[in-house]
Design a protein around this ligand. Structure first.
Ligand SMILES: [Ca+2]
Length: 89
């Protein structure tokens, strides 16, 4: 599971918000976008692959349409190459 664990020790009332942070393309959630993310995305876009986790979907869904699609591999390759991407829904 991507993300960080935090140990919280408190007394009384406390309010805190935990927000999963992710970067577009950081599919494995390790804090950087690299070929490992491309490898994982390549697995996840296959029709019979395991379902993506919520964080994997957020990071790999490069146009925000709620899906992981094969065409995102091309976008991810462009991101890795430092090239501009034109992301469309
Ligand atoms: Ca990564």
């Amino acid at each position: 599971m991507a993300g960080y664990q935090a140990v919280v020790d408190f007394s009384g009332t406390a309010t805190f918000k935990v927000d999963n942070s992710y970067a577009p393309g950081d599919v494995n959630g390790d804090g950087s976008v690299n070929s490992s993310d491309e490898t994982l995305l390549r697995v996840l876009v296959k029709p019979r692959s395991r379902p993506a986790t919520t964080d994997e979907l957020r990071a790999g869904d490069l146009n925000g349409n709620g899906l992981l699609e094969y065409r995102y591999l091309i976008l991810l390759k462009r991101i890795l190459a430092g090239l501009p991407v034109n992301i469309r829904p």
